[in-house]
Design a protein around this ligand. Sequence first.
Ligand code: CUA
Length: 181
Amino acid sequence: MSAIHPPTTRLWWKQPLDRVEGTWIAIAFFWCLIMFFMMPYWHVTGKQNLSNEAYRVSPEAHGKKAQEMVDKYTVRTESDQKIPVVHPPTGSDVYLVARLWAWWPILELEKGKSYRLHLSAMDYMHGFSLQPSNINLQVIPGYDMVVTVTPNQEGTYSIVCNEYCGIGHHTMVNRLYVVNK
Ligand code: CUA
């Protein structure tokens, strides 16, 4: 038998399973089960997996909420593109817009305070990657990805798009400030 010619015996799949073959299937299956149960296990005991929520939202509605937040709480602008830096009230809902090829606006959060961070995309799928804290989330148009965040370290974080979204994908970066007040 080869990949090109038909098998010589037509009912080749009825041959008994080789012992080595069966062993490998059992090992692979067993490993799948381990990985499957590690997901809920790490969710509960691990420090990394997020308890995020997802809702439906239209890109227009998400953009509107972000705009309202920017109009109310912008404290300064940065770069020659005048990107607003928003310092929202602690405990509030904060919005981050993903679109070709930028994150908008720049958020400035306070250390030790909790926020409800809403992520959604205007056009295609993007990936929210927060460095160096190794947080990764998919940002999908039509879905409001909500994460309750409590920054525990002040500093400047980088937001990188981690989902290939076209020719400007590598330029889709932003920053996030965590300040101590
Ligand atoms: Cu957005 Cu890659």
